[in-house]
Design a protein around this ligand. Sequence first.
Ligand code: HAM
Length: 438
Amino acid sequence: MNFQPVKGTHDLFGEEMIGMQYVIDVLSATAELYAYKRISTPVLEYTEVFSRGTGGSSDIVRKEMYTFNDKGDRSVTMRPEFTAGVVRSVVSNKMYAEGGDLPLKLYYHGPAFRYERPQLGRYRQFHQFGVEEIGIDSPRADAECIIMAMQSLYMLGFKNLRLKINSIGDEESRNNYRNALKEYFSGKLDEMCEDCHERINLNPLRILDCKVPHDQEIAKGAPKIKDYLSEASESRFYETLSIINDLGIEYELDDSLVRGLDYYSEVVFEIHALSDAGVDYGALCGGGHYGGLVKQLGGPDLAGVGYAMGVERVYNVAKDDGLLSELDTGIDLYVIPVGEEVLDDVFNITEEIRSLGFSVDNPLVSGKLGSAFKKAERRGAKFALILGEDELERGVGQLKNLKTKEQKEIDLNDLENELDEAMKPFDEQEHHHHEEKE
Ligand code: HAM
């Protein structure tokens, strides 16, 4: 038997798991700075949440969903993205009702599922970190959201980010634009792919996302949304841009950016970064404003804005750029028993050290001293605490700094102070790194 993970899925462990967790921690900490609170919604939703929410004309809903009937014959779908589910949750729980604190500021992370063709930076099960701000309809809210996306990547140490922004306008703008697109493409449909024949009726905006090279070539000559923006949408867009600009954040206007999900209106954006080595893992982040989604899913007429990042992609670029090289992945201490007789005491002392808040382990069974030291090293322990019968009788231990090899006898009856003292240089170092990052 030779079981492999399902195509497009991958196991996370070791260095990659630690790095991805770190990415999530920094993104979460930044969201908390912006007063967001975490929400966790189910992986499974009724299929309608996505077909109505994410949108029937999107590639995601048309082709990429893991949809099946459960044993009760209800059609359920494993979330291809979070926004529709989070908005469903806001509505189911009436979070906006009296006493609700608008705007709702919610962040989330977890796995999402899309049946896409796996390639570099693209998986069938991947992880997103995202935010949704719901209940305030203002270019200032939109701008804050975009700024926060950039800030959280700066917090990870990213430097060369490309922020692409566009406006797809309000309902009126998009209706006029769709008509213009219909007119433009209808004469050229013969040359275009089967999918685009469907797209022109479902939502001609989606033709602009078509991946077929020849279709992309044709799309280049298509009318631009900026020529169809209503006055209100245009001035709203410039207000958003000027807030971002005032903070010194650079952006590129990209009039081909329409985003592949149906719920967007007004401003949309993506953040891209080539790794230092020039590798393109795809967009790190995508998001935008959504005017009608909450209502579409049965709630009141509340606007929202949000984004999601691909955690694998952020991790991969960060790793390639050396932003994760100083991650401390080791434990504080490894206790090394000398002889079978001390195993019970070592077991108890290890528990005591844990209760003091230090990460620590021991070999549990007796073995050679050399192999215990190897284990200590593999765990990335800062110190080894060597305990033999003689030491235990005297109530002491030998504390060895595994980097400098310095060794010092410590008092087991004063473990807390002894270990605090020993860890000090490391704490200062960590603090120092933290300051450098900021
Ligand atoms: P999205 O652009 O579909 O937007 O996905 C956001 C990010 O998730 C992408 O920029 C990419 O980094 C990552 N991603 C998407 N698909 C894959 C994949 N197959 N493999 C690896 N990473 C992937 C949304 O999902 C919206 N819900 C964002 C949003 C939130 N808009 C408003 N609020």
